[in-house]
Design a protein around this ligand. Sequence first.
Ligand code: ASP
Length: 333
Amino acid sequence: MATVALLATGGTIASTGGADGRVPTASGRDLLRQAGLGGGDPPVPVRELELGGSFSWDLERMRRVIEEIRGCLAAPVRGTDGARPDGVVVTHGTDTMEETVFLASLLLDDPRPVVLTGAQQPYDSRSPDGPENLRDAFAVAAAPSARGRGPLLCFDGLVFAARGVTKVDTLSHRAFGAPGRGPVLRVHDGRVTALAPPGPPHPLPGVDLDTGLPRVDVVALYPGADEALLRAAAETGAAGLVLAAPGTGNTAPRVAREVARLTGAGVPVLVCSRVPSGPAVPLYGGGGGVDLARAGAVFAGDLSPWQARLLLSVALAATRLGAARAVSGWLDG
Ligand code: ASP
């Protein structure tokens, strides 16, 4: 029988309502009991990381979650001859789950499944979706077909690879999708079916996280946007920038000029599209993507601005001077 460890980090799945709004109050063991997963032999190893709503985290907290996942993977399971768990489930707020799963995919290099899940309905709802999601996530973490795919996000019976997964609905149970890519596994009644062949884990090598994750800001571009926010971000300490640009990655000439100034000063700039599906590619002049590419910006394919921001931050942690090249290498690889 496969052993799966649980790391509980709060989120709606653990939240109960009160006068001040929903806050996480249920422990990992409460979640296991509610899902009917408590009481196995050996008992599920549980780690609690009381972090509250994922919407209020910073990069340091996200980094701690990754450290805890590493700890879960390395810890011998009690009641065994020192065996390590076959997989890890992480309960997590849905608001930023797509960021943590992607950061984990950049930093973890282990074939064992790490599966993030959560809920849209709180723990004390009359019809919570958390218990089913948790049972599904445990089934996926124990499934041989989930191995070697890097960290995964499991929600409402579908399982997504880290790259490209995003929250697509604020309230409905089908909260996640991967526009242009789709799910890689399906899970129903404990049975896991592969929908796509495994893509190997794709971590970024050479990252020393002891120095922390450098700040990277996302700047939205829209009609009338100018260089002011890019400049303000760099002047207040951003080590890199991600542009959330219209269409295939376009902007106004004055923004492209500021990008040239920033990349010349050693601040890497990535270009992503505001459009949910399809890559950013340099096609247009007159302030379009061709000007941004000439200004030294790196086009980040179909990565969302939120995931691209983490890629650039991890690349900066690995190599301050070669970050733009490291990002290009990762995207090509
Ligand atoms: N709405 C969020 C959730 O689904 C809250 C959070 O991200 O912590 O858990």
